[in-house]
Design a protein around this ligand. Structure first.
Ligand SMILES: Cc1cc2nc3c(=O)[nH]c(=O)nc-3n(C[C@H](O)[C@H](O)[C@H](O)COP(=O)(O)OP(=O)(O)OC[C@H]3O[C@@H](n4cnc5c(N)ncnc54)[C@H](O)[C@@H]3O)c2cc1C
Length: 368
């Protein structure tokens, strides 16, 4: 049995199946409601219920406070309908967002590689072609794990089209059921259901092409996945604007795909690569950069400090794309905003886990 959901201000009415979340129903009809974690943790998908009744599902009490429930708010990613309803959502019109309805894919695991002591790369062979924008993510349904688990697609649309495989890079989270399953139980040949594509973390290509604004990517940990897909896509499609990747890891053993980015920096004059290690910087050296100037050892320090030093504290005239754990995003927002970038110049993808749900939201930034 289904019920009707009207989404304002679009005035669109869609059918929602019993037990289906409002977000899932909207995305499958090609209607984008802003969201991030996908399982009630971050509050990005908060909407106002103007008419009708909803079940709030697994909404985390910090992401949807009691007073907000009383005011008629709900989280679209975990709310289901108890009657026909109307919601008011904060729908923005982004000229670079393509309308790609979310679909389910049946996949089989074709390859697993240990990239670092904490990160595995997993390749999933799809049963049908996937259309996505570089930077977007998929949700994995895992046996015995409640709710989907989001992972960014780490290879480029061109690579996915050629191989029929998506690559995800998964960092193990202490006490996390989903990442433990992927690291410890998953085997080549296993079948997994994946849905996607999700998210609005992609390059604002029309803006860069029109204005020539350089691109700055800052990635921390397994947050390299989206920027890797975006950078490979940009370079493959002949973008000749200046592109910089500042990439932070704890130590040299964790600095995966380092050789790939050094090779890309050597090949493309417009691409610079700045690795940084927070715990040790084997080889020493000041701030590292690999590019036209040659290969230098990684910087020592946090990724936001490496970015600040590389750009001498002045980021003006750029657009920044940040991807990684919330603490890294917060530190980078501080550095970028002190360095003359504004909220409108910065796009973020926060790799939120359940443990982040109870932490305060950004003091710097309204969009996350
Ligand atoms: C858009 C997006 C894209 C992402 N892409 C990637 C990627 O490409 N690569 C990657 O490695 N990661 C990525 N992540 C992060 C990844 O999704 C999480 O690490 C993963 O979902 C964790 O799942 P889990 O089941 O292992 O842990 P979870 O169940 O999320 O638990 C994580 C931790 O929180 C604790 N916890 C559980 N419930 C609570 C609670 N109620 N209160 C406090 N603590 C709690 C757990 O014990 C555990 O320690 C992404 C996240 C987002 C939002």
């Amino acid at each position: 049995m289904s019920q009707s959901l009207t989404i304002e201000p679009l005035g669109a009415t869609i059918e929602v199946e019993e037990g289906q979340t409002l977000l899932d129903a909207a995305l499958r009809q090609g209607i984008y409601i802003p969201h991030a974690c996908g399982h009630g943790l971050c509050g990005t998908c908060k909407v106002q219920v103007a008419e009708g009744e909803v079940d709030h599902g697994l909404a985390n009490p910090f992401a949807l406070m009691d007073f907000e429930r009383e005011e008629g708010k709900t989280l679209a990613c975990c709310a289901t309908l108890l009657s026909d309803a109307t919601i008011e959502a904060d729908i923005d019109d982004d000229p670079d967002a393509r309308v790609i309805p979310v679909r389910d894919f049946h996949t089989s695991v074709s390859r697993i590689e240990t990239l670092t002591p904490t990160i595995k790369a997993i390749w999933l062979k799809l049963d049908q072609a996937i259309d996505f924008q570089a930077g977007q993510y998929v949700q994995l349904v895992l046996p015995g794990v409640e709710g989907g688990r989001p992972f960014s697609i780490a290879n480029s649309p061109q690579q996915v089209a050629a191989s029929g495989e998506i690559e995800i890079n998964v960092r193990i989270v202490a006490g996390g059921a989903g990442t433990a399953y992927l690291h410890e139980k998953l085997k080549v040949g296993d079948k997994l259901t994946v849905s996607g594509p999700y998210g609005r973390f992609f390059v604002r290509r029309s803006l860069h092409d029109a204005t020539g604004v350089p691109l700055l990517f800052i990635a921390g940990g397994s947050g390299l996945s989206s920027p890797r897909s975006m950078i490979l896509d940009l370079l493959d499609s002949g973008c000749n604007l200046p592109i910089t990747l500042v990439y932070g890891q704890r130590n040299a053993a964790e600095l995966y795909y380092d050789a790939e980015f050094r090779a890309l920096a050597a090949k493309h004059r417009n691409f610079s690569y700045v690795p940084a290690l927070s715990e040790d910087a084997s080889g020493g050296g000041a701030i590292g950069a690999a590019g036209a100037t040659g290969t230098i050892a990684p910087a020592k320090g946090f990724v936001h400090d490496a970015a600040r030093e590389h750009f001498k504290g002045d980021f003006s005239g750029r657009k920044a794309y940040l991807c990684g754990p919330p603490v890294m995003i917060e530190a980078c927002l501080g550095a970028l905003m002190q360095g003359r970038l504004y909220e409108r110049d910065i796009y973020t993808e926060k790799f939120i886990t359940a443990a982040d749900a109870s932490k305060p939201r950004s003091a710097f930034f309204k969009r996350v």
